[in-house]
Ligand binder design. Sequence first.
Ligand SMILES: C[C@H](O)[C@H](O)[C@H]1CNC2=NC(N)=NC(=O)C2=N1
Length: 95
Amino acid sequence: MAERLSTAEIEAQLASLPGWSLVGDRLEQTFRFQDFLGSIAFVNRLVEPSEQAGHHPDICISWNRVTVSLTTHDAGGITQRDLDLAKVISTLAAG
Ligand SMILES: C[C@H](O)[C@H](O)[C@H]1CNC2=NC(N)=NC(=O)C2=N1
């Protein structure tokens, strides 16, 4: 099982993950798109990499905004799996 990371470890890695914030025991970012279809297309791009990783974001869609939230349930906080998936998700936001 992946181990929960310390706040210092998370913040060190967040330096190279623009837009992601530590919110409680989650990593979060809100991505903006042109419209609802842009949001849905982004969410669809998340499906395969998340399945491949066996790790899945919580997703909230609000018209042209998609808030993505990552945590590791078993660990009760943020692990390397969340940071790795955040990195992949950032690459998918550009379209
Ligand atoms: C059994 C299965 O591997 C687990 O429930 C996975 C599925 N996807 C998951 N996704 C996320 N974000 N956190 C988890 O802890 C998690 N656990």
